[in-house]
Structures are given as C-alpha cells and as structure tokens.
Ligand binder design. Structure first.
Ligand code: HEC
Length: 117
C-alpha cells in the first residue's frame, strides 16, 4: 500500500520535527512550556511566561487593567487562590492549565506578589 507508507513517512517526519523542537527548547533560558525537563523554572522563565501570557491584560507591572482586568497591585488573594485562578481562569481571563506547567503557574503566582505596594 503506497498510501499508508506515505502516511507513515509523514508521521515519522512529524515526530522527528517534534524531537528537534524538543531539543531546541531545552536551553535554560527558554519559555517553560517544555514539561519534559524536571528542572524548576528559573526567575527569567517565570518572568517571560508572565510577559507572554499575562501582561497583555495586566501589564508589565500588574496595573494595566485592560479588558477589565483588576489592578494586581491591589489584589488581596492568597498564593493558593492565585494559583487556582491562574490555573482555571475566571471570566475573560484564560485558564493556563495545559498551557503552563504547575511549577511555572506557582512561580507566576509568586512573582505577581511583587506588584503589590
Ligand atoms: C484576557 C485578559 C487576561 C489575561 C491574558 C490574564 N488575565 Fe488575569 N484577570 C483578567 C480579568 C478580566 C480578571 C478578573 C476576573 C474576574 O474576577 O472575573 C483577572 C483576574 C486576575 C487575578 C485576580 C486579582 C484579584 O485580586 O481579583 C489575578 C491574580 C490574575 N488575573 C493574574 C493573571 C495572571 C498571572 C495571568 C497570566 C497567566 C493573567 N492574569 C492573564 C484578565 C486577564
């Protein structure tokens, strides 16, 4: 069967590309979407994840308040509450479950505490 052979080739090509990508992502300064490594995310990775996933609405300092996002510098949520909110989202705020790994979510929840006065 020529067809299935072609399909097989396509799949293995995809897998090779995935592998290459995986290797490309393993440098310590990369964005922590890579769950393959068990290393805890660095401060730089957490900050980068925040910039990519959160600053659109909350701004670099948590005070942007775009799309009705609350001022994070005034937030009174506990660490665990923030972790839950970031993981599962709320209203227009998108959930990060399956997008960011748990360690990064926790890191961000910690990081945004710096915005408080
Ligand atoms: C699309 C815009 C948007 C993005 C992106 C976004 N948020 Fe939000 N965020 C909101 C909105 C809107 C709320 C208010 C939700 C509600 O109470 O209904 C909110 C609420 C919060 C709160 C609760 C503040 C409080 O005390 O009530 C925290 C903490 C927070 N966001 C952190 C984050 C983090 C961290 C990220 C990135 C992972 C993020 N947000 C990404 C829009 C966004």
């Amino acid at each position: 069967m020529v067809l299935s052979k072609q399909r097989y080739a396509g799949i293995s090509l995809l897998m090779t590309a995935g592998l290459l990508l995986g290797i490309g992502c393993s440098s310590p300064t990369d964005v922590p979407e890579n769950t393959a490594t068990k290393q805890p995310p660095s401060d730089a990775q957490i900050q980068r994840a925040y910039t990519m996933k959160c600053s659109l609405c909350h701004g670099g300092d948590g005070r942007l308040m775009a799309t009705k996002a609350p001022d994070l510098s005034l937030s009174k949520l506990t660490l665990e509450e923030r972790i839950a909110l970031i993981t599962y989202g709320k209203g227009t705020m998108p959930p990060q479950k399956g997008i960011l790994d748990a360690a990064t979510i926790r890191g961000i929840a910690h990081y945004i505490e710096e915005f408080r006065d």
